[in-house]
Design a binder for this molecule. Structure first.
Ligand SMILES: Cc1ncc(COP(=O)(O)O)c(C=O)c1O
Length: 414
């Protein structure tokens, strides 16, 4: 590539003059390469991909038809800016009917997002000055922290440990970080641990935020995907609206990842600041998509059907993994099953030791053609997503049966 000067102009936040020169291979690239190599070594074999973090199916027909109709309306053709009333009203009704959150006024407490990822990338601009600390949890979805660092902020990661049910131990945050902290980002049901929060934990978060003057951002991308009972909204916690916001997303809730729509709800002042920065960032999601998503939000039974499918798949997967000596526990929601990585596996008389979850995950691809995502951030675990491609229950059972067969010849050590 002919480059007389561009390389020297990159900002420090993306590596400065060293941008693109690193030789480190990132986790998802390693997975991709291992999958390619495993398929090349086993031509025609089926790779079971349990590493994918998005639904395996399309949006439901009522949402697609609503999009078709709404896109024919000339009034929907232009910039949406901070959104129209139909989606905000639908979101407020959904929060009330599905999560039991009252007191939400659509025009004050809700603004749409072009997906929660976009909201998480915009929000640091509202709060983070150089030197401010953003409290996050690890392992986790890093987008807020990445942008907080772009603004000169510092990220303090609170580990999510099995002994604490994968909830952050807020009392473990060092005083010098807490003194400079402005924001606390939490995410339940959690990616990747699959853990759910409790009302008591959310109560603790509100009290902690008030004591230490923190803004709470609850990323609720998986909130509605629960296997029993009602989704647990942070906003239902007494006092939550004084300290924070909640990010909801159409992506996983309605099989709409590519449609790019979500909403930010909660504290009026925080929502206002988000809307102001958003207004300077994007011009809003296509109004026809917002209208179609308003239709989806009026059909919570869609989410229930999706969650029932994941629950059924989880039951099968948990049973099979436990039968083969792995330690799997069904989560209460999400589509993630987080399983401790073994220290070693013996297959066909060959023993392989794993120093890290990453090694176990690579072995699972190479030896079993089963792809998972490893996490070595707070203990060694792999994440199985039950979003593997299988149309209908019979196809699902076939895939699960295949996993069963492939793991049958392995013995695991912990
Ligand atoms: C925890 C978490 N937050 C946010 C997102 C992004 O969601 P969206 O599709 O709404 O941008 C994801 C997507 O994988 C996620 O896992």
């Amino acid at each position: 590539m002919n480059d007389p000067y561009i390389q020297n102009l990159f900002a420090q936040r993306i590596g400065g003059a060293a941008y693109g020169k690193g030789t480190e291979i990132y986790k998802f690239e390693k997975i991709k390469r291992a999958k390619k190599a495993a398929l090349a070594a086993n031509p025609g074999a089926e790779l079971i991909d349990m590493g994918v973090g998005e639904p395996d199916e399309m949006a439901f027909p009522e949402s697609i038809e609503a999009l078709r109709q709404a896109s024919l309306n000339p009034e929907n053709r232009g910039y949406a800016d901070n959104g129209n009333d139909a989606f905000k009203q639908a979101a407020a009704r959904w929060l009330k009917n599905v999560c039991g959150v009252t007191g939400i006024e659509a025009d004050k407490h809700i603004v749409h997002s072009i997906g929660s990822k976009a909201a998480l990338s915009i929000l640091p601009a509202c709060f983070i000055n150089p030197g401010d600390v953003a409290l996050m949890t690890t392992p986790g979805y890093p987008v807020f922290g990445t942008h907080a660092k772009y603004f000169g902020g510092e990220v303090y990661n609170i580990p999510l440990l099995e002994k604490n049910d994968f909830l952050p131990d807020l009392s473990s945050i060092p005083a010098d970080k807490l003194n400079r902290a402005k924001t606390l980002v939490i995410n339940y049901p959690n990616n990747p641990t699959g853990a759910s929060a409790t009302e008591a934990f959310f109560g603790e978060v509100v009290a902690f935020a008030k004591k230490h003057n923190l803004i709470v951002i609850h990323d609720a991308a998986y909130a509605a995907l629960v296997f029993e009972g009602r989704p647990l909204s942070f906003l239902k916690t007494p006092g939550a609206m004084d300290v924070g916001i909640e990010l909801h997303s159409m992506s996983k809730t309605f099989n709409m990842t590519g449609w790019r729509l979500g909403f930010v709800a909660g504290n009026e002042l925080i929502v206002k600041a988000y809307a102001d920065v958003k207004d300077n960032t994007d011009s809003g999601q296509f109004l026809a998509i917002q209208e179609a998503c308003a239709v989806s939000l009026a059909h919570p039974e869609i989410t229930q059907q999706i969650a029932a499918k994941y629950s059924r798949r989880m039951d099968g997967l948990v049973r099979i993994l436990n039968q083969h000596g792995l330690h799997a526990k069904k989560p209460r929601g999400s589509f993630f099953l987080y399983v401790k990585a073994p220290k070693a596996a013996t297959r066909n008389g060959v023993r392989t030791a794993f120093e890290k979850a990453e090694h176990f995950s690579q072995w699972m691809i190479t030896e079993n053609l089963i792809s998972t995502v490893p996490w070595d951030d707070a203990g060694a675990y792999v994440r199985f997503s039950v979003t593997f491609i299988a149309k209908g229950e019979a196809a699902e059972q076939r895939v699960l049966g295949e996993i069963d067969k492939r793991l049958a010849s392995s013995k695991f050590e912990f």
